[in-house]
Design a protein around this ligand. Structure first.
Ligand SMILES: *Cc1c(COP(=O)(O)O)cnc(C)c1O
Length: 409
């Protein structure tokens, strides 16, 4: 499996929407073909439209707060010895995580299509919260589909969505979680696609949604490239870019501008959720060698049982608790351009302790999976190696769980 140089990875799919011939695609009902096609044509026009680009850049800067900081974690680096550890503090973005980039782009597309209604699905509630923020900002009516079980588990995010004026639609079918919320959201879109735009919260789903989301989060690596040059006068010789991987939108955004570089110069490391240390449950389809399956309209490595039933996943970080993963990352894995590993719940908690002990940074449990890997490999690396961790979320949202698991925090 080979990557092409000079072409964004989001565009390296075949005419049927597959990356590497087998990941992604459009596994959708006949009735969704037309709205998906309309959205594809519209998005391909918009991404080349200078006026739309100016609008995007304006809101990224003045609403989201780009560029986000790039800082050296000097105390952490000194305490570990070895490589220099830096952080791209994406959690400084409006809303406290990278999901706002995709939500903002979807709201702008919705408006450009002349639609007043936007819908989306959410599991832990962050995708829903960010979409409701963007909907409010751009004057759109917003509906969020959410499993009834998740609504009970994620009250603070539900409250935030309601405060932003979004309507939460509880989904009572199946396991009453994200998987069912996605199906219900798509069903609703089929019958209302004339007036309603649908957003997907990560680089997953039918082909066009992978592309839109990836195009949005690319902003992160565009900024980082400039920041690296400002800091080191050039792109350094030995870099490791470490990112947690749930659906894979923050990792793609963090890496996209660097994929063409030689992997000896810039190593890309994705860290999945290994789940509780003494449990068989996890959310790590790439690093635990899951088989290919079809989930939410696309083929990818998916956590599944022997019969192909989607497995239950488990992770301390709600943002990573997803059985599938972006087709783009499946491709990067098979092309051997990125290396994927996992960190357990305990590893992530321990990383949180270490990072917050040394630095004035408060990374949420998702990026703490990435920090766990950084902490593990840094001492063995040379002083001129630059590790950059995408600190993609703020731990404010994890307050209760951190208190429960770590006591004093
Ligand atoms: C949702 C979320 C993730 C996981 O999603 P990706 O698409 O893999 O980025 C990671 N970190 C945070 C803070 C999130 O909210």
């Amino acid at each position: 499996m080979k990557l092409k140089k000079g072409i964004p990875l989001i565009d390296q799919h075949d005419k049927n929407g597959f990356w590497g011939g087998k990941f992604g695609g459009n596994f959708i009902p006949e009735t969704l073909k037309k709205p998906v096609e309309d959205l594809t044509i519209k998005f391909q026009k918009l991404r080349k439209d200078k006026k739309f680009i100016r609008k995007k850049d304006f809101y990224f800067k003045n609403y989201i707060g780009s560029p986000t900081p790039f800082i050296k974690l000097e105390n952490l680096s000194n305490s570990l010895g070895g490589a220099q550890i830096w952080a791209k503090v994406v959690s400084e973005a409006n809303g406290g995580a990278h999901k706002i980039y995709n939500a903002t782009i979807h709201a702008l597309i919705c408006k450009a299509m002349g639609k007043k209604y936007i819908i989306g699905d959410t599991g832990a509630g962050y995708a829903g919260k960010m979409l409701s923020m963007a909907a409010k900002k751009f004057g759109l009516k917003c509906k969020i589909f959410m499993g009834a079980k998740d609504i009970k588990r994620q009250k603070p995010n539900c409250d935030a969505m309601k405060k932003n004026g979004a309507k939460i639609v509880p989904v009572y079918s199946g396991s009453q979680t994200l998987v069912d919320a996605v199906s219900e959201c798509m069903r609703y879109w089929v019958s209302n696609c004339d007036k309603v735009h649908m957003a997907v919260g990560s680089t997953v789903g039918p082909n066009i949604f992978v592309k839109i989301c990836g195009w949005s989060t690319t902003q992160i690596s565009k900024e980082l490239k400039i920041q690296l040059k400002e800091q080191f006068n050039k792109i350094p010789k030995k870099i490791k870019l470490i990112n947690c991987v749930g659906g894979g939108s923050s990792a793609y955004g963090f890496w996209s501008e660097f994929i063409d570089y030689d992997k000896k110069q810039i190593e890309l490391i994705g860290v999945e959720a290994g789940g509780p240390k003494n449990s068989k449950l996890h959310a790590a389809p790439l690093s635990k060698n899951a088989k290919i399956g079809i989930l939410h309209g696309a083929a990818s490595y998916v956590c599944q049982n022997k019969e192909g039933q989607i497995s239950e996943t488990k992770s301390i970080s709600a943002g990573l608790d997803y059985p599938g993963v972006s087709p783009i990352h499946c491709f990067l894995k098979d092309a051997k351009r990125a290396r994927y590993t996992f960190a357990t719940d305990e590893d992530a908690l321990n990383a949180y302790k270490i990072v917050t002990k040394h630095e004035k940074l408060n990374p949420s449990l998702e990026p703490c999976h990435a920090f766990a890997e950084a902490i593990k490999i840094a001492p063995r690396l040379s002083k001129d190696t630059i590790i950059v961790v995408n600190s993609c979320g703020d731990a404010q949202k994890d307050r209760d769980i951190l208190k429960k698991r770590l006591g004093k925090y």
